[in-house]
Design a protein around this ligand. Structure first.
Ligand code: NAD
Length: 252
């Protein structure tokens, strides 16, 4: 029971393929109370998928690009809890234009950065009034230290996301709140399928992962998120933990 008596806010459950779905499932199995977020037209889908969890959690509205949603988050959470021990940021979006590096215009880049990078700060600040000593914020990235095939401006947005995590760790550390990322290998989710040429990542992982890699298995990634949300990394913050079959450590 790694998460016994903890209350977690989990964003990003869209389908049961979503990484966040498996974090929510494992978190409940490990003793946590879970509250999900969703937004707009996807709200109904999330509510349906939430019923597939061991116990059906409430789903509250949160579009990270909507300041009203962010401002009212703690008040609306107040119907369900008076504190949060952890927050999972499992949100990524870039318009299709962002996957053409040389042709992409600023508007598409701005959207990618707002929703995929700045949102980590926005969510952290919105949740802060309910968090305290021992709190944990965990996000998901795709190692942005490298230029990948096809990832393009989403890769640049992930680099900003990783930097945002370090600054958030700096500013929330004195409040006893940790901020960490899990850098996952490619997993077949809705977000992944929206990346044109995603199968090129699968080829890289087939060739380079010393441990091998299963693109249909989000569980190792979700397990790492649960560990970082637990009390078992009490002195770790600003970190990026790789769950990628070892690809990040290989030269070729
Ligand atoms: P997913 O499509 O299941 O989840 C993406 C989520 O982002 C969805 O639930 C969607 O509703 C949410 N979202 C998009 N715009 C939003 C907004 N404005 N406000 C609130 N939520 C919004 O895909 P996933 O692969 O589970 O993605 C989760 C995270 O994992 C993302 O940050 C993604 O970049 C990261 N990641 C994915 C992979 C992969 O290969 N799938 C690898 C490494 C990291």
């Amino acid at each position: 029971m790694l998460l016994k008596d903890k209350t977690l806010l989990i964003t990003g459950v869209l389908m049961d393929s979503s990484i966040a779905f498996h974090v929510a499932r494992l978190a409940q199995e490990q003793g946590a109370t879970v509250i999900l977020t969703s937004f707009g037209r996807t709200m109904k889908i999330t509510q349906t998928i939430a019923k597939r969890l061991p116990s059906t959690p409430p789903v509250i509205e949160l579009d990270v690009a909507n300041q009203d949603d962010l401002n009212s988050l703690t008040e609306r959470l107040g119907e369900h809890t008076d504190r949060l021990d952890g927050v999972l940021h499992s949100i990524g979006f870039a318009p299709q234009g962002a996957f053409n590096f040389l042709e992409c215009g600023w508007e598409d880049v701005a959207t990618a950065i707002q929703i995929s990078s700045f949102s980590l700060k926005a969510l952290g600040v919105a949740a802060l009034p309910l968090m305290g000593e021992g709190g944990s914020i965990v996000g998901l990235t795709f190692d942005a230290r490298y230029a990948w095939p096809v990832y393009d401006w989403m890769g640049v947005a992930k680099a900003a996301f990783e930097s945002t995590n370090r600054y958030l760790a700096r500013d929330l550390g004195p409040k006893g709140i940790r901020c960490n990322l899990v850098s996952a290998g490619p997993i077949r989710t809705t977000a992944a399928k929206s990346i044109p040429g995603f199968e090129q990542f699968e080829r890289v992982w087939d060739e380079r992962a010393p441990l091998g890699w299963n693109v249909s298995d989000p569980v190792p990634t979700a397990q790492a998120c649960v560990m970082l949300l637990s009390d078992w990394f009490p002195a770790t913050t600003g970190e990026m933990l790789h769950v990628d079959g070892g690809v990040h450590a290989m030269g070729q």
